[in-house]
Write a protein that binds this ligand. Structure first.
Ligand SMILES: Nc1ncnc2c1ncn2[C@@H]1O[C@H](COP(=O)(O)OP(=O)(O)OP(=O)(O)O)[C@@H](O)[C@H]1O
Ligand SMILES: O=P(O)(O)O[C@H]1[C@H](OP(=O)(O)O)[C@@H](OP(=O)(O)O)[C@@H](O)[C@@H](O)[C@@H]1OP(=O)(O)O
Ligand SMILES: [Mg+2]
Ligand SMILES: [Mg+2]
Length: 353
């Protein structure tokens, strides 16, 4: 055993679905954690966390549990929130309230609307919430909000359910009957079928290009509603016919502005209070304005180089920040030496080693 092996570790409690951990090859992250003095332990959501810790960090993708909202799911989330309340020094990536905001498309678009990003030509397309099935009322609502045809209809819940990626493009008043409330109606932005995905891990980010929906025009106003699953359009291997530009259209490439992307990350990180998220951006034809059309908690990170290296870096820098935060000082009576939780954690791991 080397000196390094004997170094006491902090415990990172994590939870994500087995499907997600397989996709990310999560076992490898355990090795990266060890190299940095952390131990990775999967949370058993059916048992009290008190007996599983103490944890220095809780790292999670709980979107599907939060979105489920049934009795068992509520109990699980309550348990986690109670643990965090009882252990204010635990770092949670990301805070559950912040994730809840992102699970609600309407709230998310409102956050973007209220940032300073508008000053640099980054915007969220005009949107309105549709809560009723009354077509007449909905037409009025859309008009008042300034949502124009064609528009895209997206389920309120943004992640974690089977239906949350089922969308429709609506071309006329007749099509308004196809809105499936509760949903958000959002003006369609023509962008030559190119989507830019901005993946964020703390202070690091990476942009990847993806296929997207083709251009649709107000002059297509007699068309029937198009329904689609977003995961069949904008994955790296998608080849949907909805992404094929009409032959008359030039496939002129939009120019994505790296300075705008940088500002998006810097601005949204603090407004959202999130470390692990993805932002979908399209560049409007002709105007070159950058539209934020979607924000995802803990996205796929497909194509993100050295994801685990950046993730542990994010954990460590967020810990350093939280150690310096007011809460820490208040709670520890200005004693910046080991917290009792950390001592217990070390003792436990030393006894295992
Ligand atoms: N306002 C818009 N204007 C034009 N195209 C849009 C708009 N909003 C969404 N799209 C298209 O629809 C697709 C799905 O929309 P969105 O990203 O909101 O769905 P999602 O299910 O949340 O996606 P993800 O899998 O990234 O979470 C986008 O990838 C893009 O091609
Ligand atoms: O399917 P992928 O791996 O790509 O990841 C997708 C991820 O699915 P997973 O995390 O469950 O795998 C989705 O989460 P849920 O809606 O399912 O909660 C959502 O965040 C998408 O935006 C991600 O797509 P991306 O934005 O990265 O293209
Ligand atoms: Mg998206
Ligand atoms: Mg999304």
């Amino acid at each position: 055993m080397t000196e390094n092996d004997k170094r006491p570790s902090m415990v990172i409690g994590y939870w994500m679905s087995d499907r997600k951990s397989q996709k990310l090859n999560w076992i490898e992250f355990g090795k990266v954690c060890r190299q940095h003095g952390y131990e990775l332990v999967k949370l058993d959501l059916d048992k009290p966390l008190e007996n599983q810790g103490p944890f220095a960090v809780i790292l999670h993708k709980l979107t599907e549990i939060i979105a489920r909202n049934d009795e068992k799911a509520i109990q699980i989330i309550d348990r986690i929130e109670q643990y965090i309340k009882d252990h204010p020094k635990v770092l949670i990536i990301d805070p559950l309230d912040s994730v809840r905001t992102l699970l609600d498309r309407y709230k998310t678009y409102n956050v973007v609307l209220n940032t300073t990003l508008n000053n640099i030509d980054v915007f969220t397309p005009t949107f309105v919430e549709i809560l009723s099935t009354n077509v007449k009322d909905n037409i009025k609502k859309l008009k008042n909000a300034g949502v124009t045809f064609p528009f895209i209809c997206k389920p309120f819940v943004a992640q974690g359910t089977t239906y949350c990626h089922q969308m429709s493009v609506i071309f006329n008043e007749r099509g308004v009957a196809d809105c499936k409330p509760p949903c958000v109606a959002q003006s369609f932005i023509n962008h030559n079928a190119i989507l830019y995905k901005l993946y964020v891990v703390g202070d690091h980010y990476q942009m990847v290009e993806r296929p997207s929906l083709k251009n649709f025009y107000a002059s297509n106003d007699d068309r029937d509603t198009i329904t689609f699953d977003s995961h069949s359009v904008s994955k790296s291997d998608s080849s949907s016919e909805l992404s094929v530009l009409d032959p008359s259209e030039s496939a002129k490439r939009s120019s994505i502005d790296p300075i705008k992307l940088h500002s998006i990350v810097k601005t949204l990180g603090s407004y959202l209070n999130m470390s692990l998220y993805g932002v979908d951006v399209v560049v409007e034809n002709d105007t070159n304005r950058h539209a934020i059309i979607d924000i995802n908690a803990y996205p796929g990170y497909d194509g993100f180089p050295d994801f685990f290296g950046k993730l542990i870096d994010c954990v460590m820098s967020r810990r350093a920040q939280s150690v310096c935060s007011k809460a820490y000082f208040e709670d520890s009576g200005f004693d910046t030496s080991d917290s009792s939780d950390e001592k217990k954690s070390r003792a436990k791991l030393n006894s295992i080693n």
